[in-house]
Design a protein around this ligand. Structure first.
Ligand code: 5GP
Length: 356
């Protein structure tokens, strides 16, 4: 486990509101409880519960959004999440979040995202290398002499939620374009997998493609033949989960070589896979399919990226060398530019010597 913490890691699939510390959620719940907005006792056990099925997760996000959706809190969680990933040696983080309109609270998609960016800019204890900072031009290895200070590249993906209309989804893509110099580098499609129609989001995803914005799509969390086929045909830059594929879809996925974001704990908890041992990681790994180990929601699923690597090693018998190569391989699937990739390759080359 300690070795997995020391291993430099790349996180490509983490939702902001799913990555909030339980302690922060409890603190926010207490504040809202004191104001009479919620009943603390009702939500305390829900927050602290460890084992959650998919419908429970969806309901929990509604609660998380009540707790976290105001500008200052968004800034706070955006800051904390970067610090938490950096603390376990994540050297590159693509954090995704759904820009939210909330008229009652005076929040627009743009102001929500500004609050996220503000949080990233206010990270204090680590060098967060953001797109619009001078630092982003500096290779990670050239930064400061303080070797104890963690360094992390942070980039943002804007999520389209499956509840949204075509027009709202298009707004999100246009916002991503507007915020390119603020660290926004991609688009995600997520949200409750049993609602919504692929055709609703497709115009926005096509628009992203036209604008040259990379996309990643939550695919096959539940069986849905028509949608899975359409998602594979769309050919996004990456796919998340891919749990419920049939034989023909597996073949199609493998021949597509679209990198897959693997979320072990999340898939077991939400029932996308019957058990860790029977997770499709093994099949894809043995087929040498491009893969990246991710957390999905380290808060919601009480995990960490180091723990996900440890689970992959202990469940599928991977050696340290194999685990290292898996972590290193993820560098090739990041949405950031070639300069960042080059810098990350150097980080891994150095770590290869240090970790032995
Ligand atoms: P946010 O976008 O508010 O920062 O993060 C929470 C949102 O991420 C949820 O409301 C949901 O739309 C999405 N999300 C988080 N985890 C999952 C997951 O496992 N599957 C899907 N489909 N969506 C998720």
């Amino acid at each position: 486990r300690e070795w997995c913490v020391a291993l430099p890691k790349v996180e490509l699939h983490a939702h902001l509101n799913g990555s909030v510390r339980n302690s922060t959620l409890l603190e926010l719940a207490k504040e809202l409880g004191d104001k009479g907005v919620i009943v603390l006792e009702d939500v305390k056990d829900v927050i602290m519960k460890n084992d959650r099925c998919l419908p429970e997760c969806v309901r929990l996000f509604d609660l998380f959004h009540i707790l976290t959706t105001d500008h200052d809190t968004v800034t706070r969680i955006a800051k904390e999440v970067v610090g938490d990933f950096a603390a376990e040696n994540v050297v590159y983080l693509e954090i995704r979040t759904t820009p939210k309109n909330n008229e009652a609270k005076g929040i627009t998609k743009r102001s929500y995202m500004n609050a996220v960016v503000k949080g990233h800019k206010s990270v204090e204890d680590v060098d967060a290398l953001l797109n619009n900072e001078k630092l982003s031009c500096t290779p990670m290895s050239d930064l400061g002499g303080d070797t104890k200070r963690k360094k992390i590249y942070v980039r943002l993906l804007l999520s389209i939620d499956r509840h949204e209309t075509t027009s709202a989804a298009l707004d999100t893509v246009n916002l991503a374009m507007e915020m390119k110099d603020q660290g926004v580098i991609g688009i995600d499609l997520s949200g409750n997998p049993v609602i919504g129609e692929w055709e609703t989001y497709l115009p926005a995803l096509e628009h992203a493609k036209e604008l040259g914005i990379p996309t990643t799509i939550h695919c096959g969390e539940v069986p849905n033949r028509k949608e899975i086929q359409a998602m594979l045909d769309f050919c996004p830059q990456r796919l998340g989960h891919v749990c419920c594929l049939d034989d023909e879809e597996w073949k199609k996925l493998k021949s597509s070589v679209i990198p897959v974001e693997i979320c072990l704990t999340s898939n077991v908890m939400t029932g996308g896979t019957p058990s860790l041992e029977r997770h499709h990681f093994a099949d894809l790994y043995n087929a040498k399919h491009p893969l990246s180990i991710c957390t999905d929601d380290c808060g919601l699923f009480s995990t960490s990226l180091s723990n996900e690597y440890y689970l992959a090693a202990s469940t599928f018998g991977l050696s340290k060398t194999e685990l290292f190569r898996l972590a290193q391989g993820a560098v090739e699937f990041v949405f950031a530019d070639d300069e960042v990739k080059k810098s990350l390759r150097t980080v891994f080359e150095r770590a290869a010597h240090e970790l032995g």
